[in-house]
Design a protein around this ligand. Structure first.
Ligand SMILES: Nc1ncnc2c1ncn2[C@@H]1O[C@H](COP(=O)(O)OP(=O)(O)OP(=O)(O)O)[C@@H](O)[C@H]1O
Ligand SMILES: [Mg+2]
Length: 265
């Protein structure tokens, strides 16, 4: 049994196929990097893996549980750090943790200890009583990671956990995640645009482009397949050079067209 398994997973938004028939497996206790250009379908995939979006077709299981049928069981199995910040700025770090602990039904007698342990883990215990709105981007990201780990999830999903952070903070974040992975066997599913991070930490990599998986394997296998020296070169060899704005441009064009039609021009 795999930690995560998808079969022919597809998501359509109207005429756009954001995720197109993807199948992959993630082994227990591994670090899986899901890479792809902007708009490739990474966040949409994570949303389907974590019950936030229902697939148009195909199947997902987490630890053997079918995401569409056993969603309550599935939710106990994972933690998630979203691409967009999702902390409450008007609460303190501690209160954000506490709120999440209650939502995830962490037993009352364990809450205090677990929050202290995790805030120490991400080096924010001293700042526990400060409002989140006074935190820097890196502190907020570390708090979100601590929050995602509160209920001892077996799988942690992280959608671009290190985006916009300095190299020091990125290294810190990765050292927490690797520690979690080694000591507690937490399976990690991560998206990132930093190829050198994926190269360093991932056991397995899948590259998605225009909704389709274009290659899977270890970093060494992807380099070998593309006859390149670095993961960044392999990524570009597999996904091409052009900037991904055609989808957005299409949407804009449609809006102009519709408003022109409404004006009767
Ligand atoms: N709710 C939605 N309704 C319509 N289209 C959507 C919706 N969510 C995503 N899309 C479209 O689906 C495609 C995939 O988006 P997604 O957010 O999964 O990309 P991504 O790989 O996470 O990109 P990024 O690296 O920029 O975060 C894009 O073309 C996007 O515009
Ligand atoms: Mg995304």
């Amino acid at each position: 049994m795999y930690a995560i398994e998808t079969k022919e997973l597809t998501k359509k938004f109207g005429s756009l196929t954001a995720v197109d028939n993807i199948s992959f497996q993630v082994k227990h206790g591994s670090i899986f990097a899901f890479l792809g250009p902007n708009g490739a379908g990474k966040s949409t995939t994570i949303k389907m893996l974590t019950t936030l979006l229902s697939p148009t077709s195909g199947m997902v299981t987490l630890n053997g549980f079918d995401v569409s049928k056993d969603s309550n069981e599935v939710r106990r199995n994972f933690g998630i750090v979203f691409q967009d910040p999702s902390l409450d700025d008007d609460l303190t770090a501690y209160e954000n943790m506490e709120l999440h602990a209650v939502l995830y039904k962490v037993p009352q007698n364990e809450i205090k200890e677990r929050i202290e342990q995790l805030l120490n883990f991400v080096e924010l215990w001293d700042r526990r009583d400060n409002l989140v709105k006074t935190f820097s981007g890196g502190m907020k990201r570390r708090l979100e990671i601590a929050r995602g780990l509160l209920h001892h999830p077996k799988i942690l999903f992280l959608d671009e956990p290190t985006i916009g952070l300095d190299p020091q903070t990125r290294n810190h974040i990765w050292s927490y995640l690797i520690k979690m992975n080694k000591e507690e066997g937490t399976t990690i599913f991560v998206t990132t645009h930093y190829m050198e991070e994926a190269d360093k930490v991932a056991d397995q990599i899948a590259i998605i482009d225009h909704g389709k998986i274009v290659a899977q394997g270890t970093s060494a296998e992807l380099k070998e397949k593309t006859k390149t020296q670095s993961l960044e070169e392999a990524f570009i060899a597999l996904t091409g050079h052009e900037i991904r704005h055609e989808e957005a441009a299409k949407g804009l064009h449609m809006r102009h067209w519709r408003s022109a039609a409404r004006r009767g021009s």
